[in-house]
Design a protein around this ligand. Structure first.
Ligand code: GDP
Length: 464
């Protein structure tokens, strides 16, 4: 991926549009753009213009004019990639887009690979690796919540939190290495108490970040929800009632299994994925075939379990038994009594049951008559929002980051043990360097494996 030739790509979506933007980046970006630019007024040359200026003109091929277009010039390092960049905004016909690209290719500008612009931005120090990954997440985000997380990370959420602590750690490692040179004299340059304090701070910060993954991951991929309950409890009716108003547009979520059909519902900016609704939506007989095993599997995949039951068919003792089992799964559990249209809503769930299961959200609804559906939706989004801490915090939503955080935490634990056993400074320093290496994997401050970089940037679309 590492090259410094001049590249081009369509930056806007494929197909016809009002305008199309073709982006050129690299050392010859401005020279090459100049070759196909003819100013509308006078004899302007792009090479002579200031950075961050827009110029009206024509795209010309030899002496033929292809289109009237705007040329925006960014001079490196003040551009997205850090290189010279020219963006050509043409009219959005597919024909014009193709012709401009062909023209650029003909004069020696290469078509960019997926993610190559962002890779260059990373390589030129315009953003760190976690920010580059956030760009991909931002483009892929399909709900308000996932958009917020990506945006925060792109603006440097991670890097800012870790940077200072990382620098202090580097400092300590250096001091401890220095002690080695004076080992005869038994001196301590690195104050162990201060170092312990730093470790505490680092551990707290990293732990909070690692813990946020539980929230970040479900937000990014959609919160998996399983509706479980006996046949005829009203599961399909409930699903239909939930989906009725706001069937979500999203369906193609990366990394999720496609063999089960999932329905996605957007509630208050959070995407909820209803697991295995194919099974849920079939006839009563089939559900029985699916059996308990399948239900257990669903519960395992879920983050939220809605226990739905026909209020006329289950005794509270039976409900309690179910809840006991469901709570073992560590999921958020909503206990939902259905078919209250046939009974009095007030008595649907007794106070005793609510007292017995204070961590469960209890609701009484009628899926068929649309009673209590809004409350159920509200409860779903409230519960998930509570998983995330304050909205100012950086949320980890990337499993690569999580594993780097966990490895760093393990390493910190090792350093602590070393300190307790009065390990000499040089040995401690080795452990510190290792912790720093893990930490650096997140932001790409240390050498990240080329394969990993390839995987990260390969996921981008072309033109980003
Ligand atoms: P599932 O087997 O759990 O998916 O249950 P269904 O959604 O197929 O519903 C079973 C039966 O209960 C159907 O005849 C529904 O019309 C009925 N039903 C579902 N919700 C309600 C409700 O809120 N009130 C009443 N009275 N009947 C309901």
């Amino acid at each position: 991926m590492l090259s410094n030739d001049t590249i081009c790509a369509l930056a806007t979506a494929n197909g016809m549009g009002a305008i199309a933007v073709i982006r050129i980046s690299g050392p010859d970006a401005i020279t090459k753009a100049d070759e196909i630019f003819q100013s509308k007024f006078g004899n302007k040359k792009l090479l002579a213009v200031d950075s961050h200026t827009v110029h009206l003109g024509y795209v010309k091929q030899n002496n033929t004019l292809l289109d009237e277009a705007l040329f925006t010039v960014f001079k490196g390092p003040n551009s997205y990639t850090g290189e010279d960049v020219v963006e050509i905004s043409t009219h959005g016909s597919v024909y014009i887009q193709q012709k401009v690209m062909e023209l650029l290719n003909r004069i020696g500008v290469r078509n960019a690979n997926p993610g190559e612009y962002t890779f260059r931005a990373f390589w030129n120090g315009k953003m760190d690796l976690s920010q580059a990954e956030a760009v991909a997440d931002l483009i892929a985000s399909d709900s308000q919540a996932s958009h917020e997380i990506a945006l925060k990370q792109m603006r440097g959420g991670f890097s800012n939190q870790i940077k200072e602590l990382r620098e202090e750690m580097i400092n300590f490692a250096a001091l401890m290495e220095l002690e080695l040179d004076f080992s005869e004299e038994d001196v301590e340059f690195a104050n162990r108490d201060k170092f312990n304090e730093l470790l505490n701070k680092l551990q707290n910060t990293l732990k909070k970040l690692a813990d946020s993954f539980a929230y970040g991951n479900v937000i990014k991929n959609g919160v998996p929800v399983a509706i479980v309950g006996a046949p005829n409890a009203g599961k399909s009716t409930l699903l239909n009632a939930l989906l009725n108003e706001e069937r979500a547009i999203v369906s193609d979520i990366e990394g999720t299994t496609r063999d089960t059909i999932e329905e996605v519902l957007n509630i208050n900016g959070i995407a909820f994925r209803f697991i295995d609704t194919a099974g849920l939506r079939t006839s009563g007989d089939k559900i029985e075939q699916i059996g308990i095993e399948k239900t257990r599997e669903k519960i395992k995949q879920a983050k939220v379990v809605i226990h739905l039951y026909d209020v006329h068919r289950m005794t509270e003792q039976m409900v309690a038994q179910q809840l006991d089992e469901l709570l073992q799964s560590n999921n958020i559990v909503l206990n939902v009594a259905n078919k209250i249209d046939e009974t009095s809503a007030k008595n649907a769930i007794s106070d005793e049951l609510k007292k017995e299961f204070p961590d469960v959200i209890h609701l009484a609804i009628s899926a068929r008559e649309n009673i209590g559906i809004e409350e159920l939706k509200q409860a779903l989004s409230n519960q998930v929002q509570q998983l995330g801490s304050s909205s100012d915090d950086t949320i980890v939503s990337n499993s690569r980051h999580l594993s780097a955080l966990q490895n760093t935490l393990k390493q910190i634990h090792k350093i602590r043990e070393g300190l307790q056993h009065n390990l000499p400074g040089d040995l401690l320093a080795i452990d510190i360097r290792e912790a720093l290496a893990y930490l650096g994997e997140i932001t790409g401050e240390i050498d990240v494996d080329q394969d990993i970089l390839g995987t990260i940037f390969g996921k981008f679309c072309i033109g980003k």
